[in-house]
Design a protein around this ligand. Structure first.
Ligand code: ATP
Ligand code: MG
Length: 173
């Protein structure tokens, strides 16, 4: 029996988005269809976007965020972009066109009150039976965690930034 899972990668360590991308890498090998939606990141060119171009038949990549949410100064902009991104994701979830949907950094929509947790939980609950949904981001809410079948918390032990080593190609982007 196939059952679509709700999978969450959370925690303060590096590896949440890359865990989700690794899952996509594996699934593409089986000819599965993947849709990735990034909620927070800006339009920076990342390796995963370039890779997605090469696997177009199986992998869709949508960048919906307006950059990182640092403070509440630009909250208006983030609110609008976040709400729109969620509406877009909801349609993708109910479309029944994918085997896996990755909602990268979705947790922040709840954390910053951009979309109600209950609204997200209800869309997840009504998802197509076989669809796997992968959610990433720090501070996954209690409700999200309850609704999930698999939750892994990635704990920060060290990060190169602590030594002043900046983000590097192939590692961070
Ligand atoms: P990745 O995309 O590399 O898997 P992530 O999804 O776990 O990372 P995010 O919280 O989305 O991490 O943050 C993305 C960026 O922040 C990455 O460039 C990452 O290196 C950096 N980062 C993640 N965790 C830490 C940390 N504990 N300290 C400093 N920087 C971090
Ligand atoms: Mg991430």
């Amino acid at each position: 029996m196939e059952k679509g899972l709700i999978i969450i990668y959370t925690g303060d360590g590096k590896g949440k988005t890359t865990a989700a991308l690794g899952q996509a890498f594996r699934a593409i090998g089986h000819g599965m269809k993947i849709c990735i939606i990034q909620f927070v990141k800006g339009k920076r060119q990342t390796g995963e976007i370039i890779t997605a171009e090469k696997f177009k038949k199986l992998l869709e990549f949508h960048i919906k965020g307006r950059g990182f949410i640092y403070n509440t100064e630009n909250m208006e902009k983030h609110l609008k972009a976040g709400k729109e991104a969620w509406e877009f994701a909801k349609k993708k979830i109910s479309s029944d066109k994918y085997d896996i949907i990755i909602l990268d950094e979705l947790t922040y929509l709840i954390k910053y009150d951009i979309v109600k947790e209950s609204e997200i939980l209800s869309a997840i609950k009504d998802k197509p039976e076989k669809l796997h949904i992968i959610i990433t981001g720090r501070d996954a809410s209690e409700g999200l965690i309850k609704s999930a079948d698999l939750v892994s918390e990635i704990k920060n032990i060290k990060h190169p930034i602590q030594k002043g080593i900046k983000a590097q190609k192939g590692i961070e982007f």
